[in-house]
Design a protein around this ligand. Structure first.
Ligand SMILES: NC(=O)c1ccc[n+]([C@@H]2O[C@H](COP(=O)([O-])OP(=O)(O)OC[C@H]3O[C@@H](n4cnc5c(N)ncnc54)[C@H](OP(=O)(O)O)[C@@H]3O)[C@@H](O)[C@H]2O)c1
Length: 258
């Protein structure tokens, strides 16, 4: 992917990975529009020189008009990065809140699919365009404490493969960004401070290097064991699943059982 001179729409660009990548793209001479719900996050992004749009992507009805607004205000738009996402614990036998299921599927799965569909006619008119989806190592080895989240990320991986195939003879490239566990507030302050999570700046810097090299999937070194667990052999994948889930359950037990 070209890293300069692009017009990039970054959903979920008001915080975390999205904001850090948006700032990095801005520094490299791109026009970057970040979109999200929180006005205070968007105001802070504007103060950094980013452009902003307000949208609640969990509302499927809002997406077609949001796409129209984005294209009307930024006709040079040629890259969309589907960064917005939510991740919540769900204790299924205990009877977790069903709204977690609907909100997670709406935000993480329906929104990128509908927004891609709405933007494709425009992207196909550009000489070069990119759709970047954002999955997770958990798309490949699920975290059992967050079953709906892990399922949406696995579905986005599958969709990305199909979309790339359907667009293979067009000017639109499809890139899947597969983050490992990164130090953001996705699941709250504990994650933002967790020394086991990859530092955000390190992650962004490795992602930029990999984007420059090209490729369908952006896999930083830290995510490779999780991404590849099933490729080595099924026994290895089971072992990875069990170790990952026992370890994280031990750490997160108090919040998960709360
Ligand atoms: N951090 C990790 O360990 C990790 C690992 C793998 C994958 N990821 C993925 O990376 C992406 C970014 O996550 P992050 O870690 O940077 O967490 P984050 O800081 O919480 O970023 C998520 C962003 O999504 C936006 N968002 C959430 N719901 C939205 C909605 N309904 N409409 C519009 N925007 C919405 C939030 O902004 P508003 O609240 O303002 O709407 C927020 O800026 C997510 O897709 C996540 O699944 C993260």
């Amino acid at each position: 992917m070209k890293l300069t001179g692009q017009t990039i729409l970054m959903t979920g660009g008001g915080s975390g990975i999205g904001l850090a990548l948006a700032e990095a793209f801005l520094k490299k001479g791109n026009d970057v529009i970040v979109a999200g719900r929180s006005e205070s996050k968007l105001a802070a992004a504007r103060a950094k020189g980013l452009k902003t749009l307000t949208v609640d992507l969990s509302s499927s009805d809002a997406i077609a008009s949001f796409a129209k607004e984005a294209v009307a205000k930024h006709p040079s738009l040629n890259v969309v990065i589907h960064m917005a996402g939510i991740m919540k614990n769900e204790n299924l036998p205990k009877g977790s809140d069903p709204s977690i299921i609907t909100e997670t599927v709406a935000t993480n799965l329906l929104a990128p699919l509908l927004l891609t569909q709405a933007l494709l006619p425009h992207l196909l008119t550009k000489s070069e365009a990119t759709v970047m989806t954002v999955t997770s190592g958990l798309a490949y080895v699920p975290l059992a404490l967050t079953p709906t989240y892990s399922a949406t990320k696995a579905a986005i991986h599958s969709y990305s493969e199909s979309l790339r195939w359907q667009l293979r003879e067009t000017n639109v490239r499809v890139i899947e960004l597969v983050p490992p566990y990164v130090r953001t507030a996705l699941m709250g302050e504990r994650q933002a401070q967790d020394p086991n999570a990859m530092p955000l700046e390190e992650f962004v810097s490795e992602v930029l290097t990999l984007l420059e090299k090209g490729g369908d999937q952006i896999l930083v070194e830290r995510v490779k064991p999780q991404r590849m667990a099933g490729d080595v052999n099924l026994q290895k994948e089971r072992e990875f699943f069990n170790t990952q889930n026992e370890r994280l359950y031990a750490i997160r037990k108090p919040e998960f059982e709360a």
